[in-house]
Design a protein around this ligand. Structure first.
Ligand code: AMP
Length: 175
């Protein structure tokens, strides 16, 4: 891991048994409250685009939004939210998925990404990959080109990458 990744890794707080027994929650509030660590996180996530032209940065509800919007500004791209069911006001596509602790449905506005636009997907954490896989399906449903998926944290043991098929997956901090 790079020095910055190590500093970020050391800053993330482990909270056992949240929100359910057996889940070790990775609490990023310790990063968000530091301007230096927040800036490093956003810049590392931006770098995962590898200098590629990006039209839209898609963030996943809710912690993904925190990082995806500043990454979008860094890349001179637009920001598009994928939200939990019932939150988006316009016409949506929906996708059901299971996550480490429950079941959910995510949605995207049908006109949020134009066909052929180049997309970077951003979320705070890749666990089982169910959430990100649903997001990838929604992006493909809009005929966009998914350049890469970038996560601040990857829980490697859960093999979330496998659910993402041939998507390029980057993570700043791996456990
Ligand atoms: P998954 O669909 O299993 O990859 O779960 C990823 C989503 O659930 C991310 O949006 C995370 O915010 C959240 N999440 C899952 N597991 C954890 C964890 N151990 N600590 C913090 N957030 C988690």
């Amino acid at each position: 891991m790079s020095t910055i990744s190590q500093i970020l890794s050391d800053s993330i707080r482990d909270v056992p048994d949240f929100p359910k027994p057996g889940i070790l929650f990775k609490d990023i509030s310790t990063i968000l409250s530091s301007p230096e660590l927040l800036r490093h996180s956003v810049n590392e996530l931006t770098a995962t685009a590898g200098g590629e032209k990006i039209d839209k940065v898609v963030g996943i509800d809710a912690r993904g939004f925190i990082f995806a919007a500043p990454v979008a500004l860094n890349l001179d791209a637009g920001f598009v939210p994928i939200r939990k069911q019932g939150k988006l006001p316009w016409q949506t596509h929906s996708m059901a998925y299971s996550l480490e602790y429950g079941e959910n449905v995510v949605e995207i506005h049908q006109d949020a990404i134009l066909p052929g636009e180049r997309v970077l997907l951003v979320d705070d954490l890749l666990a089982t990959g169910g959430t990100a896989a649903a997001a990838v399906k929604l992006i493909h449903q809009l005929d966009a080109e998914l350049v890469a998926a970038s996560f601040l944290i990857e829980l490697s043991d859960l093999n979330g990458r496998e659910l993402l098929g041939n998507t390029i997956v980057n993570a700043v901090v791996r456990y």
